[in-house]
Design a protein around this ligand. Structure first.
Ligand code: COA
Length: 465
């Protein structure tokens, strides 16, 4: 391992031993190995808090200890010793890959990173003006068309390919109108139809690989276009994290940047039945396909109470301005009962292990950063201490995964509008793994609402209302 990246590993191992030391005495709730017997007794709160909807072998969050486990492996070990490629394989397949399996898997990801047609279609929309998560969701649905032709009736002109045969066009302008053009485009569509044999089932493992590789390509393209640049091709020689950074920024990342992005992707890959995972599973449970399902995950993740919090953290830090303003700002937020972005969690009532890693990574070699980033980091550091002092021990509010991730990404030159899409790039692993697992014993999600409305109201004709 290179000297610099070894320092990142040391930071992770230090965070791990601190976490283990501090949480050793917390009680431990473990149910592993016990299969669920339905119906199950549980206390359910609003928002399905406490409800058990399925059993899963994918991941485990111990909120009182602040532990996170993927397929039995401690998150700290995975961050210290593995890569996002290994972790996403692990989540999907249940075991870590051996060297041959990893090689095959990496090749598959490289192959699926090329999404020229999807990007061409996406660029027909005003991506630079759109909400980045909205554009990502749209791109994911367009990816579906690249992968499956399931919806197209045989013999019907294949507009999708016909359109993409014209390099300079945008879709609305290239519907075949003139005969010459039509022949050109339909012949391209014929070639595309031959390729159908290679194209796959939009609910299977292959579609999951396609999404794992493709969502980063779309995210990077959205980021580039929003900055007024052209999307760039993937570099097959780079790792998943390294290539993603390269495609986002147009610059080859340093080893340390690549390693830190890799760790950030590992940390965000899965997290129990959170809102976006649940949204993906609900859609999949109707036997809709995995692209629609992941599109719903992206939509759910965009909210400020979920993945959108990381962007809000940065805005909050900028709004606070400097460490000296923190105390007054927290006081005012507390009086207004305002939730502070990047703090608190439905499950963690202890320090979030992901924040334990991201915090020191955000501060790694801070003295070499521009003044603006140093100020953000110092403000975050004081804010954390002040929030812990004000609410922490009484309400068990600690920094969550979103608190430091924004500073980590800002140091890589990434705009805040892309923080939540980066979360999605990573979480595709958890979404797809959990959807595939659930579909093996699928039962359509259908909870009930407690009706508290009226009965027996008399219908009043329109003219009398
Ligand atoms: N800042 C200040 N107070 C907070 C808080 C925060 N970020 N998060 C929770 N609290 C307080 C609540 O006001 C509430 O106080 P009360 O009992 O006096 O009313 C108490 O802690 C419990 O909060 P509650 O809203 O019931 O927790 P929840 O489990 O429903 O919410 C979150 C969890 C994540 C939605 C919530 O903590 C939050 O909105 N955090 C900020 C957004 C964020 O960072 N989201 C990313 C999550 S990874």
């Amino acid at each position: 391992m290179h000297e610099d990246t070894q320092k990142i590993t040391d930071i992770i191992l230090k965070a791990a031993s601190k976490a283990r030391r501090e949480t050793r005495n917390e009680s431990q709730k473990r149910h592993a190995g016990k299969s669920l017997i339905w119906p199950v007794d549980c206390t359910i709160g609003p928002g399905l808090e406490g409800a058990i909807a399925c059993d899963s072998k994918i991941g485990y969050v111990d909120g009182s200890k602040g532990w996170l486990v993927y397929r039995g492996y401690d998150i700290f070990d995975l961050c210290a010793y593995s890569s996002y490629e290994e972790v996403s394989y692990l989540l999907l397949h249940g075991t870590l890959p051996n060297p041959e399996q990893l090689e095959v898997y990496k090749k598959k990801l490289v192959e699926y990173r090329y999404l020229n047609k999807t990007l061409r279609l996406l660029m027909g929309f005003p991506v630079e003006e759109m909400n980045a998560m909205g554009a990502l969701r749209m791109g994911t649905i367009l990816m579906r068309q690249e992968f499956t032709y399931k919806d197209q009736e045989s013999g019907r002109p294949d507009f999708y390919d016909a359109i993409s045969a014209d390099e300079d066009s945008i879709p609305m302008e290239t519907m075949p109108t003139g005969e010459k053009k039509a022949i050109y485009e339909f012949s391209a569509a014929k070639k595309a139809r031959k390729r159908k044999k290679m194209l796959g089932d939009a609910s299977g493992l292959e579609a999951c690989y396609h999404l794992l590789a493709g969502v980063p390509t779309i995210t990077a393209a959205i980021s580039r276009v929003r900055q007024g640049h052209m999307a760039i091709e993937p570099d097959p020689g780079l790792s998943h994290a390294g290539n993603f950074l390269y495609m986002m920024t147009g610059k080859r990342p340093t080893r340390v940047q690549e390693r830190i992005m890799d760790v950030a992707l590992i940390l965000h890959a899965d997290h129990g039945m959170n809102a976006s995972t649940f949204a993906s599973m609900v859609v999949a449970s109707t036997l809709s396909d995995i692209y629609f399902s992941i599109g719903s995950g992206i939509a759910a993740l965009s909210g400020p109470l979920h993945g959108g919090a990381n962007e809000n953290v940065l805005h909050t830090l900028r709004q606070i301005g400097s460490p000296e303003n923190v105390s007054a700002w927290v006081q005012s937020a507390s009086e207004k009962k305002k939730k502070i972005p990047g703090f608190g969690h439905r499950v963690y009532k202890a320090y979030d292990p992901r924040a334990r890693v991201l915090g020191p990574l955000a501060g790694y070699r801070m003295k070499y950063c521009p003044e603006e980033i140093i100020k953000l980091y110092k403000t975050a550091d004081v804010l954390e201490k002040q929030v812990l002092k004000t609410f922490g021990h009484e309400k068990k509010i600690f920094p969550n995964v979103d608190f430091y991730s924004g500073i980590v990404y800002s140091r890589m030159g990434i705009d805040p509008s892309m923080f939540t899409p980066i979360f999605a790039v990573s979480r595709v692993a958890g979404w797809t793994a959990r959807v595939l697992e659930y579909l093996k014993k699928n039962r359509i999600f259908r909870p009930r609402a407690m009706y508290s409305g009226d009965f027996e109201r008399e219908y009043v004709p329109l003219e009398k209302r």
